[in-house]
Design a protein around this ligand. Sequence first.
Ligand SMILES: NC(=O)c1ccc[n+]([C@@H]2O[C@H](COP(=O)([O-])OP(=O)(O)OC[C@H]3O[C@@H](n4cnc5c(N)ncnc54)[C@H](O)[C@@H]3O)[C@@H](O)[C@H]2O)c1
Length: 326
Amino acid sequence: MSEMNNTMKFKKVLVCGSGTMGPGIALGFAMGKIPVSITDIDSGALDSGQETIKRGLELFATQGMIPKDAIKTIMERIEFTTDLKQAADGADLAIEAVSENPEIKEKVLRDLDNLLGPDAIIGSNTSALPVPEMYPDIRPGRLIIVHYFNPPHIMPLVEIVKTNKTPADVISALRAFYKKIGKYTVVLNKFLPGFLVNRIQLAVMRETLFLLEEGLAEPEEIDTAFKCCSALRGVVHGPFEHMDMIGLDVISAATGFVFPLLSNSTEVPKTITDLFSKGRLGYKGDGGFYDYPDETKEEHILKRDRALIEELKLFKKLVSEGEIKI
Ligand SMILES: NC(=O)c1ccc[n+]([C@@H]2O[C@H](COP(=O)([O-])OP(=O)(O)OC[C@H]3O[C@@H](n4cnc5c(N)ncnc54)[C@H](O)[C@@H]3O)[C@@H](O)[C@H]2O)c1
C-alpha cells in the first residue's frame, strides 16, 4: 500500500446510489471534467437519476452557468450502470450515497473495499452515522465522511469529517480536488451528530419555533426577517466575521443578557408535533406551515433551483473578486 501525498490525483470517481443525492453528486464531478460512474441496484433509480442530471444541466445552460453545447460532453463523462464491479474499475475515489441504513451501507462499503485499488478513498455521504468508527476495519484512514447538501449539483459546500486515523495528505488531496472542480470544503476535526451546517440549522429552527410559540411573530414574518437579514448578511460574513464586525464588547454584553432568554429545550417542539399529527408534513404532504395550492412540488423545486443558481453565480463572482473571503 503506497503512501498518499499531495500529488495524488483522482482520475475517475464512482458514485454508489442514485436516489435523491447520488445523481447531483455525480454531476458535480462530471462538470468538473472528471469521468464518473454512477451505480445503483435499482435500474429505475438510475433512469430517474439520468433524468435529474439532464434537467440539472438544462437549467445550468438556461441560466448561463454552462454553454448549451457543453451538455452532451458532460453527459458523456457519466456512466450509468447497475454493475458495481464495472463502475469501480479504475476509480480512485468512491462516494457512497446509498440509503441511510447501516446494513445496506456496510454491504456496499465492504463491496467497494474489495473492488477498489488499495489507495482509493471512500467518502460516505451519511447524514448521521459515524461510518468510519462503525466499520474500523474498512480502509482505516481512507474511509471518511464527505457530506453534501441537497441539491448537491448546486450547493457548493462539502463537509469533510476527519477521523483520528485520517492522514493529513488524504484531507489535503481531497480539498485540492474539490477546489479544482469548483466545490468549497470545510474540514471538521471529529464526528459530531449533525456535523456543522445541520447543527447550526437546527439551532436556528429551535429558536424560531420557540419565538413562534412565544407569539413573537408569525412564520411569514420570521421567514422574511431571516431571508432579508440573517441569510443575506450571512452570505457576506460568517458568524465569527460578524462578531468581529459588531465588536466583541457588544457581543459580550448581548450574549450575557440574551443567552439566558433563548430556548434550550431538548423536546420536539409542540408546534411540530401538532402539525405532524394532523398530516401537515410540508411539501410532501398537504402543506406544512404554509399551504401551496397553486404550485406543484416540481414547480416549487424548479423555482428554488433557479434562485439558488443565480445566488451561486453572484457568490462565485464575489469570491473570485475578493469581496467575499473564503
Ligand atoms: N436527501 C438529502 O437531503 C441528504 C443530504 C445529505 C446526505 N444524505 C445522505 O445521503 C445518502 C443517500 O441519501 P438519499 O436521500 O439520496 O437516499 P435515497 O433513499 O433517495 O437513495 C438511496 C439509493 O440507494 C440505492 N441503494 C440501496 N441499496 C443499494 C446498494 N446495495 N447498492 C447500490 N445502491 C443501493 C437505492 O436504490 C436508492 O436509489 C444517505 O446516507 C443520506 O442520509 C441525504
